[in-house]
Design a protein around this ligand. Structure first.
Ligand SMILES: Nc1ncnc2c1ncn2[C@@H]1O[C@H](COP(=O)(O)OP(=O)(O)OP(=O)(O)O)[C@@H](O)[C@H]1O
Ligand SMILES: [Mg+2]
Length: 378
């Protein structure tokens, strides 16, 4: 059978058909919006937050008249850039030709911006010059009030929200909270992967956003559900995957969405019509080989002690007590203080992942491929 387009996507969201599960989460987001509740969406990197937001937007489109706006603020470094990205996203959500879009263009012209379109992507670009910090706040307030007045229900998802803690404006949280708390027609999804930072932003009594949202934590997709999805996608292209091979795919990638998708993507590409354990092994080797340049780069950025620490964790798979005598002695880490210092810096660099559930905290190498590579290489 001639193969179709690879059904295992590695970027963003395409359609419900290529998206596995997350029904409970979509429903929860929907219920929150209907009840006027804002949501804080958190998970480890590459678990599927951004994908979920777009899946949810699709769901909104199918079921309601509620409009949606997606703002990714990863690249922003201050309030001015935040406003720029928000304005551009509004224009993307409400194109020029729609009534809201044309009203928005008129409105934004009041700030005397430079408006253009990226020649490659065609995406709107808005440049505003400010005289003062106060003018920025005024513009931000203007944007939210504009949306509020359109007589439409709108969901605004702000991705990589933790970024605001790096802004030089030290009252950024207060500014945002002040300008968003009284909006009746706008619901927010604040999304981020720096768990501690996000939890601190939204659940610290002393901070402006305290208790203002409901937390939604995105975990691994259920193994059984993911298995069915994977088997289905292969079989739609006439490819059979054995039970053992499927189990190996999920175990090797730790059911961490991006890594599972990547492995399936490459399997789809190399398989004829049967995937066995041997095919999976081949795919794993190929994947690690492709990623080697990234691993070498990690090594260059780390001290020998940090690198050795990562190897130790990779060898163990998952570690509960980073300062435990047995662990420290086996890998010659030195003292518990050493282990604490190194692990703190690796967590900060997002190379070590802290997994906390109801029962305990444990640690693993953040990047699953790096973990597998270290495990094999050393
Ligand atoms: N439910 C799903 N079914 C299939 N693929 C998915 C699903 N969710 C996410 N993906 C894929 O997994 C990868 C990671 O997803 P995504 O980028 O949404 O994660 P993220 O949590 O936003 O990551 P980051 O924190 O790095 O921004 C992407 O390739 C995406 O296409
Ligand atoms: Mg994302």
């Amino acid at each position: 059978m001639k193969k179709k387009i690879n059904p295992f996507i590695l970027k963003g969201y395409i359609s419900e058909e290529l998206f596995c599960d997350r029904q409970r989460e979509v429903e929860e987001l929907y219920v929150n919006v209907q009840n006027g509740i804002d949501t804080t969406l958190i998970s480890a990197r590459r678990m599927g937050k951004t994908g979920l937001i777009f899946r949810f937007f699709d769901h909104l489109k199918e079921l309601s008249d509620i409009k949606s706006i997606y703002v990714d603020i990863f690249s922003s470094r201050n309030l001015g850039e935040f406003i720029k990205l928000l304005a551009e996203s509004i224009l993307l959500g409400f194109p020029e030709k729609t009534p809201v879009g044309s009203r928005f263009l008129e409105f934004i012209k009041g700030f005397r911006p430079l408006i253009g379109y990226d020649p490659l992507t065609g995406q709107p670009q808005i440049q505003i010059n400010y005289q003062s910090a106060q003018e920025k706040e005024y513009t931000l307030q203007g944007l939210f009030n504009f949306l509020e007045k359109q007589g439409e229900q709108i969901v605004v998802a702000i991705d990589e929200f933790q970024q605001i803690s790096d802004y030089p404006e030290n009252n950024m949280e207060a500014i945002l909270r002040t300008n968003t708390q009284n909006l009746k027609n706008i619901r927010f999804i604040f999304c981020g992967s720096r768990k501690t930072m996000m939890i601190n932003l939204f659940s610290n009594v002393k901070r402006p956003f305290f208790a203002s949202t409901q937390f939604l934590s995105l975990e691994n997709i259920d193994k059984v559900v993911y298995s069915l999805f994977i088997r289905n996608k292969f079989s739609q292209s006439g490819i059979v995957i054995t039970d053992e091979a499927l189990t190996m795919v999920l175990n090797w990638s730790l059911v961490h969405t991006f890594y599972t998708q990547s492995l399936c993507n490459i399997l789809y590409y190399i398989a004829d019509n049967l995937i066995t354990i041997d095919t999976v092994k081949l795919a794993c080797v190929e994947l690690l080989k492709r990623n080697e340049p990234v691993f070498y780069q990690y090594r260059q950025l780390l001290t020998t002690a940090q690198w050795n620490f990562l190897i130790a964790i990779a060898k163990e798979g998952e570690v509960k007590q980073l300062t435990a005598q047995k662990f420290i002695a086996r890998y010659e880490i030195g003292t518990p203080a050493n282990a604490r210092r190194i692990s703190r810096s690796l967590i900060e660099k997002e190379l070590l992942l802290e997994i906390s559930d109801k029962k305990a905290i444990s640690y693993r190498v953040y990047d699953v491929f790096l973990s597998r590579w270290l495990e094999n290489e050393y």
